[in-house]
Write a protein that binds this ligand. Structure first.
Ligand code: F6P
Length: 365
């Protein structure tokens, strides 16, 4: 182990997801066993900007493997490069680059390495700090599973389980009432949750952000299924899905966030269109943050622990500014800076897309 690593700090950035505590536990326990001091930064980069940092003890990180959320808190608004510090008289937001403040706070606290657990936004926030001389190790998290450089992020498998359990329940009521049911799952730009939950729940239609859908093709499936068997249709629809001649449905805009768009509402629109065009009764469900909450499934507990362990291996070997990754069925790592702000999307030739198509699933195309 490099002798000069005495104190590390951990932060969790971006939207939370099941398994964050499992990583914190794995990193902190290993570091403590090796005599390092561990600091926890509260609420992601917001806490670093505001210098809200606390020492973690072994009691703080015990008993948290199965606990959802993050004991450190998180923020998906605070980007040090573009931080909202007030409003102009005309109401527009005043932005400031406060990266130097973050670096100063880390240096004042004698932090040797920052462990940043987050998605593409968190890695993009860490990148300028690396350039300013802060050694980092990145751990990929997001239920969306869309971080470039890794084929799997922890939290994803839990979200898929929650979504497919919910769709299973929707299916029985859809069958009883011979309805079309649209279930909206998370996934802004990447449809991984929709694809996996849709396949796992035998949804009849899967709609993804990567492939604009043809509304008439979706209605054709509903009409066809409405005239045979149990006469119901289940549509698994990512929040970022949109019709060929339309746009994504925005639920809210937060001007103080550097990434201000929050999507939501496509299922409501689609369900109304289906009912109007086919005459078949339709309902919609938005699963929302239920997919991000609660205890991680066992695969995510294991993956998160493996990721935390690999992060510590990198740190102990002095291989810094690396992002832990999962590729070809094994742990590895990539350059953190390459992954910053980049997303991994579903492609039409993905084997899961092909398998879904071969069992008759429509992608609305
Ligand atoms: O990136 C994770 C994610 O859950 C997306 O799937 C979703 O669009 C977004 O975060 C929701 O963000 P918020 O928690 O700010 O509503």
């Amino acid at each position: 182990m490099p002798r000069d690593i005495r104190r590390i700090a951990i932060l969790t950035g971006g939207g939370d997801c099941p398994g964050l505590n499992a990583v914190i536990r794995a990193v902190a326990k290993d570091a403590m066993f090796h005599g390092m001091e561990v600091l926890g930064i509260e609420d992601g980069f917001l806490g670093l900007i505001e210098d809200r940092v606390r020492p973690l003890r072994v009691e703080d990180v015990s008993g948290i493997l199965t606990v959802g959320g993050t004991i450190l808190g998180s923020s998906n608004k605070a980007n040090p490069q573009k931080f909202a510090v007030g409003r102009n008289p005309d109401g527009s937001v005043i932005w400031k680059d406060v990266t130097d403040v973050c670096v100063k706070h880390l240096q004042e606290r004698g932090v040797d390495v920052l462990i940043a657990i987050g998605g593409d936004g968190t890695m993009a926030c860490a990148e300028p700090m690396i350039r300013m001389g802060v050694p980092c190790v990145g751990v990929p998290k997001t239920i969306d599973n869309d971080l470039w450089g890794t084929e799997l992020t922890f939290g994803f498998q839990t979200a898929v389980q929650i979504a497919s359990d919910a769709i299973d329940r929707v299916q029985t009521t859809a069958a009883s009432h011979h309805r079309a049911m649209v279930v909206e799952v998370m996934g802004r730009n990447a449809g991984w949750i929709g694809l996996y939950a849709g396949l796992a729940s035998a949804s009849d239609v899967i709609l993804l952000p990567e492939q604009p859908f043809d509304l008439e093709k979706v209605c054709e499936v509903v009409r066809r299924r409405g005239s045979r068997g149990s006469r119901f249709t289940v549509i698994c629809c990512a929040e970022g899905a949109y019709p060929r001649d339309g746009e994504r449905v925005v639920e809210r805009v937060d001007p103080t966030s550097p990434d201000p768009i929050r999507l939501g509402g496509i299922s409501r629109w689609l369900s109304a269109e289906i009912e109007k065009r086919t005459g078949i009764e339709s309902r919609y469900v938005v699963l929302g943050h239920v997919q991000r909450g609660g205890s991680p499934v066992s695969q995510d507990r294991v993956l998160a622990t493996l990721f935390g362990d690999h992060a510590m291996e990198l740190l102990k070997e002095g291989r810094l500014n690396r992002l832990v990754a999962w590729q070809n069925g094994r742990l590895t790592d990539v350059d953190m800076r390459e992954s910053a702000g980049r997303q991994r999307l579903v492609t039409p030739d993905n084997p899961v897309v092909e398998a879904a198509r071969s069992v008759g699933t429509s992608f609305g195309d």
